[in-house]
Design a protein around this ligand. Sequence first.
Ligand code: NAP
Length: 364
Amino acid sequence: MASSILSDCSSARLLPLSRTLLPPLPHRLRPSPALAFPRRLFVASPAQLLSRPRRMDSVLAAGSSADSADTSSKVIDGKLVAKQIREEIAVEIARMKDAIGVVPGLAVILVGSRKDSQTYVRNKKKACEAVGIKSYEVNLPEDSSEEEVIKHIASFNSDPSVHGILVQLPLPRHMNDENILNAVSIEKDVDGFHPLNIGRLAMQGRDPFFVPCTPKGCMELLRRYGVEVKGKRAVVIGRSNIVGMPAALLLQKANATVSIVHSQTKNPEEITRQADIVIAAVGVANLVRGNWIKPGAAIIDVGINPVDDPESPRGYRLVGDVCYEEASKVAGAITPVPGGVGPMTIAMLLSNTLESAKRIHKFK
Ligand code: NAP
């Protein structure tokens, strides 16, 4: 059994995204019941886990698994947590509307007609509507100039009914992402990608206006599942501007001792094996094997990788950067893919937009 599982992770063939025609995040993250809730794992809700402090202590005590008969991990259910968060946001927005007559507004600028970007924008709009956020949308043709995009950003920057501005990426090749993203007011930069927001995140004693959504979602999962971060060893695999790097900064801010593993790291297994908490954001299917993981560690798998699966009606399935079958036997808690970090990203976008409206209107 073990060897067939091993060969499953070793043989998974990564497909080019274009071949799979994946709908964009977070739409493509609907958990397949089989993957999200394998029978041998039981799913504990955040509340259940919090009511079992001894078990979560043991998750991070990260001692030998041999002294425990229960060798399967707790599933960190991002879909469930994201739903709870969306419900909390809806309640807060209703309270704000009642108290001061204001609802948060999110503006999305889409340039070009990429199908995946259009779907992503549509999903954001739906998610906004469901919680009571007003959405604004500008669709510009592919051949628009940088100046035109910046003109729209400037108009949203000064519009008091807009509290968050998001420029859908990727932008057409002739545009300079940096010039465009820098034009977004840092006070409305709900994606948290503005260099000033990242700089504040990195500095001691400073706080950014916004934290990028995916790493914020990872931290929220750890928090809601009662995983202690302070004083723990954490490894982040990947150092991208949108996930790995801010995730490492957040873990450090939460007083973990953090190492970053990247494509040039010589001994990634050895370094990862020391971690009580692992955040993997690489984009390589099943890179992290069971033997990379310290028994009892908490694993947050950000990766979304389509791999060949002739048995699936679509011919592919989504897997993470972590070999789930192996890792779930060693880890104390683990996010599935799909159904882990993915649903959290949009929930954090809504959360950032609400936070912005509250700050701008000084609403407690
Ligand atoms: P990215 O920009 O391509 O960055 C990948 C990072 O992984 C880089 O820092 C790279 O190192 C590192 N890396 C590549 N191969 C490696 C290896 N063999 N060993 C160790 N490190 C390696 O990717 P990203 O945008 O951060 O996304 C990462 C994954 O997360 C993707 O699967 C993406 O689809 C997924 N994602 C999910 C969500 C969500 O909401 N769930 C959101 C964003 C992204 P170098 O810096 O040395 O090149």
